[in-house]
Ligand binder design. Structure first.
Ligand SMILES: [Zn+2]
Length: 56
């Protein structure tokens, strides 16, 4: 019954500069109203860039 719950909450964090997906994360449904934005290190840009959530 709860089989697909994890994959539903899986989101990709995409670098806003090079558009590459660097991180995967899960989140609960309570925070699903607004898009996630995190400052993460991008190995392609070799810098900390803003990573934006993309839906599956
Ligand atoms: Zn990047």
């Amino acid at each position: 019954m709860a089989k697909s719950k994890y994959s539903e909450n899986l989101v990709r964090m995409k670098c806003s500069q090079c558009k590459r997906i660097n991180y995967y994360t899960r989140r609960n449904k309570k925070t699903s109203e607004k898009k996630l934005e995190l400052n993460k290190y991008c190995k392609w840009c070799r810098a900390h860039t803003k990573h934006i959530e993309t839906k599956r």
